[in-house]
Ligand binder design. Structure first.
Ligand SMILES: Cc1cc2nc3c(=O)[nH]c(=O)nc-3n(C[C@H](O)[C@H](O)[C@H](O)COP(=O)(O)OP(=O)(O)OC[C@H]3O[C@@H](n4cnc5c(N)ncnc54)[C@H](O)[C@@H]3O)c2cc1C
Length: 135
C-alpha cells in the first residue's frame, strides 16, 4: 500500500510512474480497516520509544494531509475515533482506496502497472539517494 499510494499520488502530480508488484496490488493492507496513528508526536514517542524520531515526526505531520488525500479520491473516511491503546484514526474501505489508486494510475498518461512482475535490482544514482530504475 505504501508503494501503491506513492505511485497514485505521484501520478496525480503529473509524474510518470511505473508500479511493479510481484503479488497482489495493495499488499498486506487488504486486511486493514483503519487509517490511524497516535494523536501527537509525544504520544507516539511514548508508545514506540525505539522508533526513528524523524520518521515518527513525518508520520504525525503527514497524517492529516494523508486523510485528505484519501478523501480527495472519493473514498469515504469516517470521523476519527480511538484505535487500540494509544491511537486515533478513521475507519475506511481499504478495498475502495486500493481501487481508487489503481484507477488513478491506469487513467494517468505515462503511467503503467506491471503485475505480476518482480523487481530484482534497484539501479541507484548518487549512492543510495536516488533510485533511477530497476531490473
Ligand atoms: C490483519 C491485519 C490488519 C491490519 N489492520 C491495519 C489497520 O487497520 N490500519 C493500518 O494502518 N494498518 C493495518 N495493518 C498493517 C498494514 O496493513 C501494513 O502496515 C501495511 O499494509 C504495510 O504496507 P507496505 O506497503 O509497507 O508493505 P506490504 O503490504 O508488505 O507491501 C509490499 C509489497 O511489495 C511487493 N514486493 C515485495 N518485493 C517485491 C519485488 N522484488 N518486486 C515486486 N514487488 C515486490 C509485495 O508483494 C507487497 O505487495 C494490518 C495488518 C494486518 C496483517
Amino acid at each position: 500500500m505504501a508503494g501503491l499510494s506513492a505511485a497514485a499520488w505521484s501520478a496525480r502530480q503529473g509524474r510518470s510512474v511505473v508500479l511493479v508488484e510481484k503479488g497482489e496490488l495493495g499488499g498486506s493492507a487488504k486486511h486493514a480497516g483503519f487509517i490511524w496513528t497516535a494523536p501527537s508526536f509525544e504520544v507516539l514517542r511514548s508508545a514506540v520509544p525505539d522508533g526513528d524520531p524523524r520518521l515518527q515526526e513525518t508520520l504525525i505531520e503527514g497524517f492529516g494531509p494523508a486523510v485528505e488525500w484519501v478523501r480527495s479520491l472519493g473514498v469515504e473516511c469516517q470521523p476519527a475515533v480511538e484505535v487500540l491503546r494509544f491511537g486515533r484514526g478513521h475507519q475506511t474501505s481499504i478495498l475502495n482506496y486500493r481501487r481508487a489508486c489503481e484507477l488513478t494510475l491506469r487513467q494517468a498518461e505515462g503511467c503503467e502497472i506491471l503485475v505480476p512482475a518482480e523487481a530484482r535490482l534497484l539501479l541507484l544514482e548518487d549512492g543510495v539517494e536516488r533510485v533511477a530504475g530497476m531490473t
